[in-house]
Design a protein around this ligand. Structure first.
Ligand code: HEC
Ligand code: HEC
Length: 384
C-alpha cells in the first residue's frame, strides 16, 4: 500500500471534482503529515531524521504562510519556523555540520546545537560535534510564505533574463542577476537557489526533515562524513517506495499542492505612483506575466540584488554572494508579522531601513518623502 493512500483514506471517499483536486488533497496530506522515525509500525509514515528541524512541512509553514518563530521564555527556539543556514563566501558547506543546522533528532541521537533568538539575532550553544570550521558563517532564515508560488513558477526564463541587468547597462544603479543552478534559473528560496518547486520541496525534505527523495537519495539528509553516527542511523527507505523515503510520486503530489496554493487577493488601495517614483518598483516589480498570459501581482523580479552590508550574511549559495538576496515578493504583506530573510524586522518601515547596496537610493528617497506621502505609501504596502 502506498504511503499517501494511508494518509488520506477519508479524502478518497469524498468524490473529487478532478484528478488535480485529488492530487492537491493528497499533496496537502503529505505536507501536513508529521513524519516518524524508522522503523515504525507502518512504513507509511517513517523516515524522519536521524537529524531534523521539524517533523512536517506544516510545522514551519502554518496556513501556507511564513513561519512564526516559536521562542521559549529563555529565548531558546524550537525547530519551527526558521532554519540556520551554514556556509562561507566561497559557497562551501561546513565540513562537519553541512549546509544547515538540524536542531532536533530522533531517539538515541542529539540535535546539532541549541539556538537562541533575540531581536533578529541568532545565537548557538552546545554544538554537538565541536566547533564549526573557522571560515564558516551561520545565519537565520525565516520560512517563507507559499501562496501563489505556482504562478511564480510559470513566469518564463525569458522574462527573468530580460529583466536582469547584471552589468547595469542602463545605469540606474540596479543590476538584478539570475542565480544559475545546474544550468537552470533559480527562483525559489531567499537566495533563489531552487529552480523548481519540486527541487525546493526535495531540498526541504532532505535538509529540514531528513528524508530522501529522487533528488537527494541519501536517507540521512544533510549529515556529513564527519557525522558517521547519523549516516548509519535508521532509514525508512523501502523497495515499494523506489528504495527511498519519499518516492517520485509523493514528491510530485507535494509539488502539485504547492502549485495549487492561491495568491492573496490584490489590494484595492491606490498609491498615486509613489511606489514607482520612490524606486521600490525597480526590484519589487508590481506585475509580471506568466508564459500563459496571466498577470501576477507579486511585487518581485525574482532576481538577486546586492543589498549592502546590513543584510549581508557572508554565505554564498550558487551564484548568490553573501550580499545578494532575491527580491522578496510583497504580496501577502497584510498578514506579515516578521520581515526579511532572518525575520529581524517587525514592520515594513523597519524592513526598508535595512535596505542598502542597490536599494540605497530608493531608501533615501523613502526617507525624503513628506509625512503624508510616506503614510500613504506604507498604507499601500501594508494592504498588499
Ligand atoms: C524547519 C522549518 C521548515 C520546514 C520543516 C520546511 N520548510 Fe520550507 N522553508 C523554510 C525556510 C527557512 C525557507 C527559506 C529557505 C532558504 O531560503 O534557504 C523555506 C522555503 C520554502 C519554499 C520557497 C518559497 C519561496 O518563496 O521561494 C518552499 C516552496 C518550501 N519551503 C516548501 C516546503 C515544503 C514542501 C516542505 C516539506 C517537505 C517544507 N518547506 C518544510 C523552512 C521550512
Ligand atoms: C535593489 C532592489 C530593491 C529595491 C530598490 C527595494 N527592495 Fe525591498 N527587498 C529587496 C530584496 C532583495 C529583499 C529581501 C532582502 C532580505 O530579506 O534580506 C527586499 C525585502 C523587502 C521587504 C521585506 C519583505 C518580506 O516579506 O520580508 C519589504 C517590506 C521591502 N523590501 C519593501 C521595499 C520598499 C518599500 C522599497 C522602496 C522604498 C524597496 N523595498 C526597494 C530588494 C529591493
Amino acid at each position: 500500500m502506498k504511503k499517501y493512500i494511508f494518509l488520506i483514506g477519508g479524502c478518497l471517499l469524498a468524490t473529487p471534482s478532478s484528478a488535480d483536486t485529488l492530487d492537491f488533497a493528497m499533496g496537502k496530506a503529505l505536507f501536513d503529515r508529521p513524519w516518524t522515525s524508522a522503523p515504525a509500525a507502518t512504513q507509511a509514515t517513517d523516515g524522519l531524521g536521524p537529524l531534523f528541524n521539524a517533523r512536517s512541512c506544516l510545522a514551519c509553514h502554518p496556513k501556507s504562510g511564513r513561519g512564526v518563530i516559536d521562542r521559549a521564555e529563555n529565548g531558546q527556539l524550537s525547530g519551527r519556523g526558521y532554519v540556520i543556514r551554514i556556509g562561507n563566501e566561497k559557497g562551501e558547506d561546513d565540513p562537519v555540520y553541512g549546509h544547515q543546522l538540524q536542531t532536533n533528532a530522533i531517539h538515541g541521537f542529539k540535535g546539532e546545537a541549541k539556538v537562541f533568538y533575540e531581536d533578529g539575532y541568532y545565537k548557538l550553544t552546545e554544538l554537538t560535534y565541536g566547533e564549526m570550521a573557522e571560515d564558516s558563517k551561520f545565519a537565520g532564515r525565516l520560512s517563507q510564505p507559499l501562496y501563489g508560488l505556482g504562478l511564480l513558477d510559470r513566469i518564463s526564463d525569458e522574462t527573468l533574463l530580460a529583466l536582469a541587468d547584471p552589468d547595469d547597462k542602463n545605469k540606474d544603479g540596479i543590476s538584478g542577476r539570475v542565480n544559475m543552478v545546474d544550468g537552470k534559473i533559480g527562483r525559489f528560496a531567499w537566495k533563489a537557489t531552487a529552480p523548481t518547486l519540486e527541487i525546493q520541496a526535495a531540498n526541504a525534505f532532505s535538509n529540514d526533515i531528513g528524508m530522501s527523495t529522487p533528488v537527494h537519495p541519501q536517507h540521512y539528509g544533510d549529515c556529513t562524513k564527519a557525522q558517521q553516527d547519523c549516516r548509519q542511523g535508521p532509514s525508512g527507505a523501502s523497495p515499494q517506495f523506489e528504495n527511498l523515503e519519499i518516492d517520485s510520486q509523493m514528491l510530485h503530489l507535494v509539488t502539485t499542492y504547492l502549485k495549487g496554493l492561491k495568491p492573496p487577493a490584490p489590494t484595492t488601495l491606490k498609491d498615486d505612483g509613489l511606489f514607482t517614483s520612490t524606486g521600490c518598483a525597480a526590484c519589487h516589480i508590481p506585475v509580471l506575466t506568466t508564459s500563459d498570459g496571466r498577470k501576477v501581482q507579486a511585487y518581485t523580479d525574482l532576481l538577486l540584488h546586492n543589498m549592502g552590508d546590513a543584510l549581508a550574511d557572508g554565505i554564498r549559495e550558487g551564484d548568490a554572494s553573501g550580499r545578494e538576496w532575491r527580491t522578496q515578493p510583497l504580496w501577502g504583506t497584510r498578514d506579515t508579522k516578521l520581515f526579511l530573510h532572518d525575520g529581524r524586522a517587525k514592520s515594513v518601515e523597519e524592513a526598508i531601513s535595512f535596505h542598502g547596496g542597490e536599494a540605497q537610493s530608493a531608501k533615501e528617497r523613502f526617507y525624503n518623502l513628506s509625512k503624508g506621502a510616506k503614510t500613504k505609501l506604507l498604507a499601500f504596502i501594508n494592504s498588499l
